[in-house]
Design a protein around this ligand. Structure first.
Ligand SMILES: Cc1cc2nc3c(=O)[nH]c(=O)nc-3n(C[C@H](O)[C@H](O)[C@H](O)COP(=O)(O)OP(=O)(O)OC[C@H]3O[C@@H](n4cnc5c(N)ncnc54)[C@H](O)[C@@H]3O)c2cc1C
Length: 267
């Protein structure tokens, strides 16, 4: 029997900047905040895939409003040297409720930087800018198995992957967090195996994925997390016989680097 044709489709969205208001804040775990944002124009918010993400624009310390992005023909244009400088970071869209004009974003509270600092003290009524999503990568849902893995910054996308994959397809999921208190409730199907890895106990994505044996059939691999730690993981996963197009290893942040403003995907 021949394999089905599988292609990744990129769907572009109109790039819309929105000034949103914090409706609610909460903690999923001690070091992961869920911030619910509301705005009248969220009824047209584009969302189509687990990794859909936005640029979030934060107010400078002491300011009420963020400097919002300037858009040009190519999309978001970085400001000139004399212009007000927006402060922005990439975040995954965890949930969208268009009818209620709400979106949720989950922030890892790692203790540094404008994103984590803002989220740790966020209060209802505060304002935040959101740009995007610019596009959605639609991955085929017809693979025989999936491997999805990541650290705290990848948990919003990983959680969405687990919710959006077909319930009967085997999914091997690995989530690396600081310790047991950082395990968060994720919806998993009976065909999913979810393994929590605790850094505090010496466990890591690197060692867990080095032992991963691909099941029979065609698979898709998605891994995201700290860029440097992902390098050996990327090298290893590319030796497993899965076509390169179907092995995605994405650096979501880089230790010691402020605002990694690109996906560190191909180093
Ligand atoms: C496509 C995409 C989607 C993302 N989705 C999410 C998401 O949904 N939730 C989320 O929390 N993050 C997410 N991230 C990661 C987030 O953009 C980065 O962690 C970002 O650096 C956070 O900004 P900051 O202002 O908190 O820290 P920065 O000012 O960027 O960095 C300050 C310092 O903190 C370090 N640092 C940054 N992130 C972490 C971390 N997680 N743990 C420990 N140290 C860190 C940096 O290396 C630097 O030394 C995503 C990134 C990408 C590319």
């Amino acid at each position: 029997m021949s394999s089905p044709v599988r292609e990744i489709e990129l769907v572009w969205h109109d790039l819309v900047p929105r000034l949103l208001t914090v409706a609610r804040t909460g903690r999923i775990t001690p070091r992961m905040a869920r911030i619910t944002l509301t705005g009248d124009d969220l009824d047209t918010f584009a969302y189509a895939a687990p990794e859909d993400h936005v640029k979030v624009f934060f107010p400078a310390p002491g300011a009420e409003l963020p400097v919002m992005p300037t858009l040009g023909e190519e999309g978001f244009e970085p400001p000139g040297p004399g212009d007000p400088q927006p402060i922005f970071r990439d975040y995954t869209v965890r949930y969208v409720r268009r009818d209620q004009r709400e979106i949720d974003i989950d922030f890892a509270l790692h203790g540094h930087g404008p994103g984590a600092s803002w989220a740790s003290a966020a209060q209802p009524g505060q304002r935040l800018g959101v740009l995007g999503p610019r596009g959605s990568y639609l991955k085929p849902l017809t693979f025989d198995w999936y491997l999805v893995a990541g650290d705290e910054t990848a948990l919003p996308a990983l959680g969405a992957w687990l919710e959006q994959l077909p319930a009967d397809v085997p999914v091997h999921a690995f989530a690396e967090v600081a310790g047991p208190a950082e395990e968060q409730p994720l919806v998993i199907s009976p065909a999913t195996t979810l393994t929590w890895l605790h850094r505090g106990a010496g466990q890591s994505l690197g060692t867990a994925l080095a032992d991963f044996t691909p099941p029979a059939g065609d698979g898709y691999i998605w891994v995201a997390g700290e860029a440097t730690a992902l390098k050996p993981i990327r090298r290893h996963l590319r030796t497993l016989g899965v076509p390169r197009d179907f092995v995605e290893v994405d650096g979501y942040w880089k230790r010691g680097i402020t605002n990694l403003d690109h996906h560190d995907a191909d180093e």
